[in-house]
Design a protein around this ligand. Structure first.
Ligand code: ABU
Length: 536
């Protein structure tokens, strides 16, 4: 494939900065004598007796690998990804094999495997990774995850996680107060991702209105209806399927051009559903939609929910981070009226995956809804306040410790640090918006300024520039983003997502959640897209 050259200015500046980092890494490397692990096995490490030094040496090697990866992830001259097709990775590459052996392999091989795993993965901390809502590589967050893994415990009881359980309480209280709930309301849980947090919201909403469903099952329910916007996350429908409510009973409410739910449409959908014999009970409003980054008008939606006595959930998985910014939190005005909120710190706040929270306004509801009181775990005669055995609020038994890395990052940055991080990402979005508007080879998907860090646009290759709007231009434009993306993955210089939406053919969605991204990366992105697509 005949790819054009990378823009010189960007390369020169990036290479000079990367060289400084390389130099200091080289000095550091020369000071270390590489250890020989070619005949050492995992059985030679702790807990084998007297193996403290061997274990320290091995972990030191691993730290060096991770440190090298972290340095490389921030270097603009390094690739975002070294793409291989699944069959290539399965077949094995230069000594990297996914196959599992019967006999133990040496620690030297184990270290090579660690290096290769990172090498063939995607560098989501790279300043030019724009593909996902969660990105970045926070050193304190990584340290928190290491510690969590070393602690290797379970969140279900205070007995085995005294510190982490209390940290969870502290973080949940803090987030509830930032949402705007009073001190005597609010409950919550850290969950394995935003989809599960949204699922919890439907589960507790159903239990709130029909508590007998827990014991008597679906037979006690009328045909329940849920409401969510056409731009909302698919997890609402998925949860309706999982919870036995049925995807057909999820009523999809119309949005305006900008992707915001129209409150009048919500109200008429509720009335229409009731007239058809359905029983409305739950509304999901989105604060920060996945593709457009739109904020539903929460106050007006709360008014509708109040009039019809419906549970209001706000999916702020993506937008919740903006609550940390004095400049942007007003975009979530009305969130305090929600009965439950999803907020994913692993997105806009840059906490390493995974870190998602469901907040429920009514205290005790999660416990009542989910508790089963397994006597082998949740004994009531333990020698401490067993209300801290929070595990029965969950639909899981074993639950990963997601809280520590987040708590540690909050300590390290303070609330203000998160606020500045959010501000910077939104400044980047405005910069991209301005650049796209300025350039003749790009077109915005909607004209309004970004509210969140999402910027949606098409690249218009030279062959399409003179074409009138219509089905011919649309069908050709639809093929542009996937073809550029394919080339981009081969080249590995940058990564951005694309999708169609409604009547709009495939377009790029750029999102910023990595504070390492600078304006030069945004210039690079646009130049690279233009370069990869100029012959289409
Ligand atoms: N839960 C949504 C994540 C989607 C994305 O990163 O684009």
């Amino acid at each position: 494939m005949d790819f054009c050259q990378l823009p010189g200015r960007i390369n020169d500046e990036s290479a000079a900065r990367d060289k400084q980092q390389d130099d200091s890494a080289a000095v550091r490397d020369r000071r270390q004598t590489p250890a020989d692990f070619s005949s050492i096995y995992s059985a030679d490490l702790l807990p084998a007796s007297g193996r403290e030094e061997m274990t320290r040496g091995f972990l030191q090697e691993l730290v060096d690998i991770l440190f090298g990866y972290i340095c490389k992830s921030s270097q603009r001259s390094s690739k975002v990804l070294d793409f291989h097709h699944p069959h290539q990775l399965k077949e094995g590459l230069e000594g990297f094999s996914l196959d599992l052996p019967d006999q133990p392999e040496t620690l030297e091989q184990i270290l090579v495997d660690c290096r290769d795993t990172l090498k063939y993965g995607v560098s989501t901390g790279h300043p030019r990774f724009f593909n996902q809502l969660s990105s970045g590589l926070d050193v304190i967050g990584v340290a928190g995850e290491w510690l969590t893994s070393a602690a290797n415990t379970n969140m279900f009881t205070y007995e085995v996680s005294p510190v982490f359980v209390l940290m969870e309480e502290v973080l949940l209280r803090k987030m509830q107060s930032i949402v705007g709930w009073s001190d005597d309301e609010g409950d919550g849980l850290f969950c394995p991702g935003g989809t599960i947090s949204n699922l919890y919201s439907i589960l507790v909403a159903r239990y709130h209105f029909y508590p007998e469903v827990k014991t008597r099952g679906m037979g006690v329910l009328p045909r329940l209806a849920l409401f969510t916007s056409e731009h909302s996350h698919y997890s609402v429908k998925k949860s309706a399927a999982v919870l036995g409510l049925g995807t057909e009973n999820v009523v999809v409410v119309k949005c305006d051009e900008r992707g915001k739910m129209i409150p009048a449409e919500l109200e008429s959908s509720i009335v229409a559903a009731a007239e058809k014999g359905l029983v409305p009970f739950y509304v999901n409003a989105t604060a920060g939609t996945t593709v457009y980054g739109a904020f539903d008008p929460l106050g007006a939606i709360a008014d509708v929910c109040h009039r019809h006595t419906l549970w209001l959930h706000v999916d702020a998985a993506w937008g919740g981070g903006l609550l940390m910014s004095d400049r942007h939190r007003m975009k979530l005005q009305g969130i305090e009226r929600a009965w439950s909120v999803t907020w994913n710190p692993h997105k806009m706040m840059g906490v390493p995956l995974q870190c998602s929270v469901i907040l429920v306004k009514k205290r005790g509801l999660l416990q009542e809804c989910n508790e089963l009181g397994a006597e082998y775990l949740f004994q009531t005669d333990k020698p401490y306040d067993v209300s801290y055995d929070t595990g029965d609020k969950s639909i899981q038994c074993g639950r990963h410790v997601d809280v520590f890395k987040f708590w540690l990052m909050w300590k390290a940055k303070g609330s203000e640090g998160f606020g500045s991080q959010v501000n910077k990402c939104l400044e980047n979005a405005e910069y991209l918006y301005d650049q796209v508007q300025r350039r003749a080879d790009f077109e915005l998907v909607f004209k309004n300024k970004p509210e969140h860090s999402n910027v949606c646009f098409w690249y218009i290759p030279p062959s399409l520039r003179g074409l009138p709007p219509g089905p011919d231009r649309d069908s050709r434009l639809h093929q542009v983003a996937p073809r550029i993306k394919g080339r981009m993955m081969e080249r590995g210089s940058v990564l951005i997502g694309y999708q169609p939406l409604g009547a709009r053919v495939n377009f790029f969605r750029c999102v910023f959640s990595n504070p390492a991204t600078h304006q030069e990366d945004i210039d690079f992105l646009l130049d690279e897209i233009a370069c990869l697509g100029c012959d289409l």
